[in-house]
Write a protein that binds this ligand. Structure first.
Ligand code: SF4
Length: 443
């Protein structure tokens, strides 16, 4: 199919600033989408739980999506860095894989004595219909542990559905621990501690005098997660993955939530002030004002050093959720960089509405794009840099333009005020690298 054909057929999920586009739907069957599958969505959310065992019930290929490409950090256990799979083969597919799964759980329990195991059902398990719930119930009785089924066959929806399945798994885990007295403090939902970002946010809250009850799920442990129903407020950092869990926790445990973003200078300041205000804590509000003012002053000075190098450059953004795209556009605006293409895998209509207001009218806005669309629009709009994840990196390099990893592989933190410094330096060194002068690609 020609590139033009692809664009024409999918025109309703491509728009311009100030227009509306179709989003939050399943990918077109057979299309090569940049979007990850249901299982991957579920794994994004649950994998950072550091002392849990994650057993992938399916062929070995699905298990390749593991810690190695989702580098969340831990302050304790590193069990989550291992990959466990039932490695289903032809025989299991014909006769069923439930027995093999039981044996895998027994082996893990015998060797490692875990408190918590997640079992991910992948495509083939959805097809052969193993009763994973029954296996989990039996394992819980036999071993006296929590063994939670995550229904995530890749074909059962899109990445957002995987987030929902992970949220249900978390609820199943924490529900029996609700009803305890409330504690003064917040849960952080939707930060996965990439390059230690959860620790940055936690430190800011410590400076403001706000305790963190539970981290969902960056650097989380079984014992800390089950405290979550006792918190006073939920902070939702990754709205795309965690809004359904936050809604459910509000309904079941009476915990209100606010959406925050610690990416970019403006959003970090706004979020810290909103957290303090939402708690109605006058002392925290005063501390937040003083802290943010001091941080902003230093950071603006730092940004001014780089402005001459960056002003007038053009950026393309393709990330997982809408909240991150919005923060990135705002940060680029403060750096004097224009966003000319922006897209997400799981953005919601309200995200695209905000995006439309932040960009110029001729900015290309994409939902669930494929590689051909991204390449076409980056070339058409003359982007100097692409901000994306592991699947977007080769597209940028193929076109001979700079790239910034804002996904799970990155090794330096991009959250908070520290993150803005790292981000500015990375954008500067990548966009202004002399290597681009030697490229022979015709843009
Ligand atoms: S689409 Fe299916 S087979 Fe592929 S990784 Fe996802 S669950 Fe596994």
């Amino acid at each position: 199919m020609s590139t033009t054909g692809i664009l024409t057929e999918r025109h309703d999920s491509i728009g311009h600033g100030h227009g509306s586009i179709r989003c939050d739907t399943d990918s077109v069957s057979g299309a090569v989408s940049q979007r990850a599958c249901v299982y991957c969505g579920a794994r994004v959310v649950l994998n950072p739980i550091t002392d849990a065992f994650h057993i992938v019930h399916g062929p070995i290929g699905c298990a390749s999506y593991t810690w190695d490409i989702r580098g969340s950090l831990t302050s304790g256990s590193d069990l989550y860095r291992n990959s466990f799979s039932t490695d289903l083969s032809e025989r299991d597919i014909v006769f069923g894989g439930a027995e093999k799964l039981t044996r895998a759980i027994d082996e893990v329990c015998e060797k490692h004595h875990p408190k918590l195991i997640f079992i991910y059902s992948t495509c083939i398990v959805g097809v052969i219909g193993d009763d994973v719930d029954a296996v989990c119930r039996e394992a819980e009785k036999k071993h006296g542990i929590r063994c939670i089924s995550v229904k995530s066959p890749g074909f059962s929806g899109n990445k957002s559905y995987g987030y929902k399945m992970a949220s249900e798994a978390i609820l199943e885990l924490i529900r029996p621990h609700s009803g305890k007295p409330k504690m003064r403090g917040v849960n952080i939902l939707g930060d996965f501690n990439l390059a230690g970002e959860m620790w940055i946010i936690q430190n800011y809250l410590r400076i403001l005098g706000i305790p963190v009850v539970s981290k969902i799920t960056g650097d989380a442990t079984y014992d800390s997660l089950i405290q979550a129903p006792s918190a006073t407020l939920n902070l939702v950092q990754c709205a795309g993955s965690m809004t359904c869990l936050a809604n459910q926790m509000e309904e079941e445990f009476g915990i209100p939530f606010i959406k925050v973003s610690f990416f970019g200078r403006e959003d970090t300041t706004t979020s810290l002030l909103r957290v303090a205000e939402a708690l109605g804590d006058e002392a925290a509000i005063a501390k937040a004002r003083a802290f943010c003012e001091a941080q902003e002053a230093e950071l603006i000075e730092f940004e001014n050093l780089y402005r001459p190098n960056l002003s007038g450059k053009k950026a393309a953004i393709y990330v997982g959720g809408g909240f991150k795209a919005i923060s990135l556009i705002r940060q680029f605006n403060t750096m004097g960089i224009e966003t000319v293409v922006v897209g997400t895998q799981t953005g919601k209509p309200e995200d695209y509405e905000v995006i439309g207001q932040l960009v110029r009218k001729d900015c290309i806005i994409l939902d669930d794009a494929n590689p051909a669309e991204l390449e076409t629009f980056m070339k058409e709009k003359g982007a100097n840099i692409l901000v994306g994840g592991v699947k977007e990196r080769p597209l940028a390099y193929k076109l001979g333009i700079a790239f910034c990893d804002h996904n799970h592989e990155r090794k330096h933190a991009l959250a908070g005020y520290e993150g803005v410094r790292n981000f500015t330096q990375e954008i500067n060194s990548s966009i202004n690298s002399p290597v681009w002068n030697y490229m022979e690609v015709e843009l």
